[in-house]
Design a protein around this ligand. Structure first.
Ligand code: FEO
Ligand code: CA
Ligand code: CA
Ligand code: CA
Length: 547
């Protein structure tokens, strides 16, 4: 059955033009204020970075890491969440320019102290934030909730693969996007399956979803191996009236599959402790997108769907001819550690780099497919060779159930620029309104408004002779998309060199938190090193963003 017609939501902002200014551009009537930058103090009493200083590893363990990415905003018990809460965010990579005089890092030649410093600048920050009487937000520097989880912290390994990986791992790494659970925990997603900062550590310790409780009431931080090991982007969940839940996950591989994980039992909405280790038992599925608009969830359980000893992995055939290899799936741990191969063996569809997934209030599920310039063989859901600008796919589960084994899908739009006419015509896209390349962050807010953030390469090629990607699309930006008309309106443009990623908000939607990752100019402070930062975007009239 086709997906139902979505609702249009009124938005009142005037779209901003594409630009290459070294600042955050927002619509008239809005302000963008820097809240939390790489090197800022997190733990009470920490020594913050200042221009020209280089902190020790003990000091960097207590300050904000770099490359702010996925994040979520949590209520604090007994506090008004519209003015005070916890912001929990990922640090995908270090901002090397503020860590080392050389501004770079080489794992092969780094000293033990350099290695520790680099590993301290990834992971997660938990900060308490509140709104002052002037409407401006600030970090509460003395909050006991403030905490860092880094590449030097010890994590518990949970789930079926822990028998092979061992019960603990040192460090979480490449903390890209993130998700949350109905019981108020944070899921930080590791986008790399190896440890590029310390290659001596075992590879099977990375590439997992890691559960952290910002309130520190439940289990210690745990890598949930039952959810599979791949280049995790984020997680998003769908629930039903019986409190069963499914978590949707993309593998930002070139190309990678889309997955869902269904815990074996219902969660408790009233007893947080009952959900401890809920993510250690369940079933992992991979999506197959059929040409007729239907889809299937294929179970990735050892002994089923070809996941046996001596299985034949066809490889990433979408990128061109590849020689199949034999892979042994003797146990479920083998399936979970080598999930990418298991998905291909079972018949999952390899997509044009799945980035974020979001579940809308009407239970529509959307996923950005950021780009895949190496695609050589197309299929219905990945219809463009050399897909330089990406697209967005959406689907509805059968019966809107998280337990469904089937779904109906369609493409929301192909990104690109309709003014670009090329012989291959694969750059054009079909966007109605402001154009974009390389959609990445995506989130439907509780009012049903769809927001998309971009990550096109900088510097990058547009595919059009004589034009850089920024000359065609401007700097990376954030857009509002009307789901009914598919009209796209540019809401915010980031400063030089960056990518916009990460979106969180207060329950009343009057405050949006947005991350600016790897700026290269003089933002956020003129005359100083650029630093990845969280910005608060709000309206000067105090009304909800977008409304
Ligand atoms: Fe870290 Fe796929 O973006
Ligand atoms: Ca991303
Ligand atoms: Ca990206
Ligand atoms: Ca990034």
């Amino acid at each position: 059955t086709p997906t139902p017609t979505p609702t249009s939501y009124a938005v009142s902002f005037t779209p901003v033009p594409a630009n290459m200014d070294d600042k955050v551009t927002v619509p008239t009537g809005y302000v963008a204020e820097t809240l939390f930058s790489a090197g800022d103090a997190v733990v009470a009493g920490a020594t913050a970075w200042t221009q020209g200083s280089y902190l020790t590893s003990a000091q960097t363990e207590q300050v904000a890491g770099g490359n702010h990415d996925g994040m979520h905003y949590y209520a604090i018990p007994n506090a008004d969440a519209n003015v005070r809460g916890l912001l929990v965010m990922n640090h995908e990579l270090p901002d090397y320019n503020i860590l080392f005089a050389s501004k770079t890092y080489n794992a092969a030649t780094a000293s033990a102290e350099d290695k520790k410093i680099a590993l301290s600048a990834v992971g997660v920050s938990v900060i308490e934030v509140s709104k002052g009487t002037n409407g401006q937000w600030a970090v509460n520097r003395t909050s006991t909730y403030n905490k860092r989880y880094t590449g030097n912290t010890t994590y518990r390994m949970g789930g079926p693969a822990s028998g092979i990986t061992g019960s603990t791992a040192i460090g979480t790494l490449n903390n890209c996007a993130s998700g949350h659970t109905p019981w108020g925990t944070y899921l930080t997603c590791e986008e790399s399956t190896d440890n590029y900062l310390d290659p001596t550590r075992p590879d099977n310790h990375y590439g997992w979803v890691v559960e952290i409780d910002p309130l520190n009431e439940l289990a210690e931080p745990t890598k949930r191996t039952a959810m599979g090991r791949f280049d995790h982007e984020n997680t998003a969940y769908l629930t039903d009236t019986n409190n069963r839940v499914a978590f949707y996950m993309g593998d930002d591989g070139t190309p990678g599959c889309i997955y869902k994980f269904i815990p074996s039992r219902a969660f408790s909405p009233s007893n947080r402790a009952a959900n401890t280790d809920l993510l250690d038992q369940g079933t992992l599925y991979v999506a197959r997108f059929n040409a007729n608009g239907s889809g299937d969830w294929i179970e990735l359980t050892q002994g089923k769907n070809g996941l046996v000893t001596g299985a034949i992995d066809p490889g990433n055939v979408s990128q061109g001819p590849v020689t199949p290899v034999t892979v042994d799936f003797n146990t479920q741990a083998d399936v979970l550690i080598n999930t990418k191969a298991a998905a291909r063996v079972a018949g999952g569809t390899v997509m044009d780099r799945p980035e974020w997934i979001t579940v809308a209030p009407d239970k529509t599920i959307l996923c950005t497919l950021t780009n895949n310039s190496g695609r050589a063989v197309v299929d219905a859901v990945n219809p463009r060779i050399q897909n330089r600008h990406g697209h967005i796919v959406k689907w509805k589960e059968t019966g809107d159930s998280p337990l469904a084994t089937g779904f109906a899908w369609e493409i929301l739009f192909l990104a690109g620029d309709p003014s670009l006419v090329t012989p291959a015509n694969n750059l054009t896209g079909n966007i109605n309104g402001d154009t974009m390349s390389s959609p990445d962050g995506i989130r439907v807010d509780p009012q049903g408004r769809l927001w998309v953030q971009t990550d096109h390469s900088v510097p990058g090629t547009s595919g059009v002779t004589g034009k850089t990607i920024e000359q065609v699309f401007g700097q990376n930006a954030m857009f509002y998309v009307d789901q009914a008309t598919k009209r796209v309106q540019r809401f915010l443009v980031g400063p030089n060199g960056q990518e916009i990623t990460g979106l969180a908000y207060t329950p009343d939607l009057t405050t949006f938190f947005i991350n600016v990752q790897h700026p290269t100019g003089q933002w956020p402070e003129a005359g100083k090193e650029p630093r990845s930062s969280t910005v608060v975007v709000r309206r000067t009239d105090g009304k909800p963003v977008g409304a």
